[in-house]
Design a protein around this ligand. Structure first.
Ligand code: UTP
Length: 294
């Protein structure tokens, strides 16, 4: 039986330059898809997968994320006195229990790998889940839960992957697929942003990982890679020489909400998925004459 994964790390210290000016003073992770911030989707997904401890790696301008996962007594009292029971229940349901969140700081955005390394003392010598909150999934059950099922069988390191169009491989980290089924196959290599025609597959890494703590030792020695940043993929490639990596081609689809296109598409799709919003949303759209834009 592999050691249980109880902790999840959420790196939220990036600058979000692709989403300026929205992210000048507001964290990208607080942008909303319909009515929930991106970070809430990731935390809910982790909770569904059995995660008990939520570790946020924050940076400047990110204090509001900490507030989002705290009690808001003034607001709660107002909702109570106004009899808004449903909104109140929703607020309370979403809160991790006391003592189950940790916040650490990445003083400089030196890259995703560096952000993960900043969580090393909190995670300790334990396997952990890593969720990039700007990647939001439409999946049932959640992607991390699907990966956790594979982990219980194989242990080691798990990476969630999804198929992309072969013409788009140069936008992603792409894996080389070895033996196994879609629900769990050996990863034999990884390349960051390969040229079209040179990629080992069209399976891209979409922002969900289960990693063993040995990654921290490798991260502490990791040189800067692509974009002058400390990259998690480089350390994963090094770890792959010591430990098995399993790929899970999950059921579901990712929306890259760190990009404007992914974010807008997610808002439309998630709104159309909601029974309480879909009829009104469609009615509003039909009132507009958008035929010359579509
Ligand atoms: P991104 O690759 O989307 O980078 O990070 P970014 O800097 O936030 O955004 P752009 O590319 O400039 O628009 C993926 C996740 O990793 C975090 C981000 O906050 C995001 O949730 N991250 C990235 C850090 O915590 N620290 C870093 O140094 C870089």
């Amino acid at each position: 039986m592999p050691k249980r994964v109880r902790t999840a790390v959420f790196p939220v210290a990036g600058l979000g330059t692709r989403f300026l000016p929205a992210t000048k003073a507001m964290p990208k992770e607080m942008l909303t898809v319909v009515d929930r911030p991106l970070i809430q989707y990731a935390v809910d997904e982790a909770r569904e997968a059995g995660i008990e401890h939520f570790v946020f790696v924050t940076g400047r301008n990110k204090g509001v994320i900490e507030d989002h996962f705290d009690r808001q007594f003034e607001l709660e009292t107002t909702l109570e006195t106004r009899g808004k029971e449903a909104a109140l229940a929703e607020l309370r349901k979403e809160l991790p229990s006391a003592g189950r969140t940790s916040f650490t700081r990445q003083q400089e955005p030196l890259g995703l790998g560096h952000a993960v390394w900043c969580a090393r003392d909190i995670v300790g010598d334990n396997p952990f889940a890593l969720l990039l909150p700007d990647m939001v999934f439409r999946a049932q059950p959640g992607v991390l839960k699907q990966m956790m099922e594979a982990y219980e069988e194989t242990g080691g390191n798990i990476v969630g992957v999804e198929e992309c169009d072969p013409s788009e491989v140069s936008s992603y980290g792409i894996i080389e697929r070895g033996e196994g089924s879609d629900k769990g196959f050996r990863i034999t290599g990884m390349v960051e942003k390969p040229k079209v025609g040179e990629a080992p597959s069209n399976l891209f890494i979409s922002g969900r990982y289960i990693l063993q703590p040995e990654i921290f030792t490798l991260l502490s020695e990791q040189e800067k890679g692509a974009g002058g940043e400390i990259q998690i993929t480089d350390s994963m490639q090094a770890l792959m020489k010591q430990q098995p990596f399993t790929g899970v081609k999950y059921d579901g689809k990712v929306f890259d909400c760190g990009s404007k296109l992914g974010f807008l598409t997610a808002n439309v799709v998630f709104a159309l998925d909601r029974d309480d919003i879909r009829p009104g949303f469609l009615a509003e759209l039909r009132k507009l004459d958008l035929s010359d834009r579509l």
